[in-house]
Design a protein around this ligand. Structure first.
Ligand code: NDP
Length: 271
């Protein structure tokens, strides 16, 4: 039933937004992916190159990066960088922009894990995980975002984890770091939205990579438990994260910010 009277005319509909031919394209975009030589980062790079981006991957091992770039093809380049060296991160972004042009997309993917009962974790071990997974993510994001805000354009993605969603035992430092990243996403999204810079997280479920294989193979009980609570009944592939990253970085996601997207085969809602 229409409750509007004649003098309460409905507001004029907003003009329809023009649709780009392919809003999922990353053609002409420059993307930095930390830890892009292996695992999830490599497949984020692969999917972004396929979507048309120029991708720069970083990591500490030059041979790994060179091999990855050879596989990724002409759209991929590398810079050797240790994200834990915080004072060097502004220089990394400056060097990248001088060589490849303005940075459009930052993917904070590099991360390390430590599996140990909480009571055995030393302060040094805890600090080491937080340093790479949190402090470095903030320092690099600040370096990139300062430039993005000045240009009024940019996308920042964080790779979080199910460890930020629910209690997984023996990963106390890792879970603390990823939970903090989730909090940071919301604050940065709020601060940067008016500057046309979006900030989101992807929370991978159990994805088959070197990191997870080592953790799972040494602990079949954990592997079975993870599988049991994954409704789709299989572990994810790195490309599953890559496709989600392309979407969140693209114009198709232009109204999405401050979100954390689980890419987990339903693991986070599994009983
Ligand atoms: P990998 O171990 O395969 O990859 C980690 C990458 O990070 C490597 O390329 C490594 O390169 C790089 N890296 C580590 N430390 C540094 C550093 N100090 N400076 C620069 N690069 C560094 O792990 P995944 O692909 O599995 O993990 C990628 C991300 O996804 C991580 O943030 C992880 O926490 C997250 N994740 C993974 C899940 C999974 O199931 N696999 C689940 C949930 C989250 P190098 O050693 O050469 O520096």
């Amino acid at each position: 039933m229409n409750h509007l009277t004649n003098d309460q005319a409905a507001p004029a509909p907003a003009p329809a937004a023009t649709l780009q031919p392919n809003p999922f394209s990353l053609e002409g975009q420059v993307a930095l992916i930390t830890g892009g030589g292996t695992g999830i980062g490599f497949d984020i790079a692969r999917c972004m190159v396929t979507a048309g981006a120029t991708v720069i991957i970083t990591g500490r091992r030059e041979a790994v990066l060179a091999e990855a770039c050879a596989e990724l093809g002409a759209g991929a380049h590398y810079l050797v960088n240790d994200v834990a060296d915080l004072p060097a991160l502004d220089g990394l972004v400056a060097e990248l922009e001088a060589t490849y042009g303005p940075l459009d997309i930052l993917v904070n993917n590099a991360g390390i894990n430590l599996k140990k009962p909480a009571l055995e974790v030393t302060d040094q071990e805890f600090a080491r995980i937080l340093h790479t997974n949190l402090h470095a993510v903030f320092a690099l994001t600040r370096a990139a975002a300062g430039r993005m805000v000045a240009r009024q354009k940019g996308v920042i993605l964080m790779i979080s984890s199910m460890a930020a969603y629910y209690g997984i035992d023996r990963v106390v430092a890792y879970a603390a770091s990823k939970s903090a990243v989730e909090g940071m996403v919301k604050v940065l999204a709020s601060e940067f939205s008016k500057h046309n810079v979006r900030v989101n997280a992807i929370a991978p479920g159990f994805i088959e990579t070197e990191m997870s294989r080592t953790a799972m193979n040494n602990d079949p009980e954990r592997r079975d438990r993870a599988m049991r609570r994954t409704p789709m009944g299989k572990f994810g592939q790195p490309a599953d994260i890559g496709h989600a990253a392309v979407f969140l970085a693209s114009e198709a996601a232009r109204y999405i910010t401050g979100a954390s997207l689980p890419v987990d085969g339903g693991n986070s809602i599994g009983f």
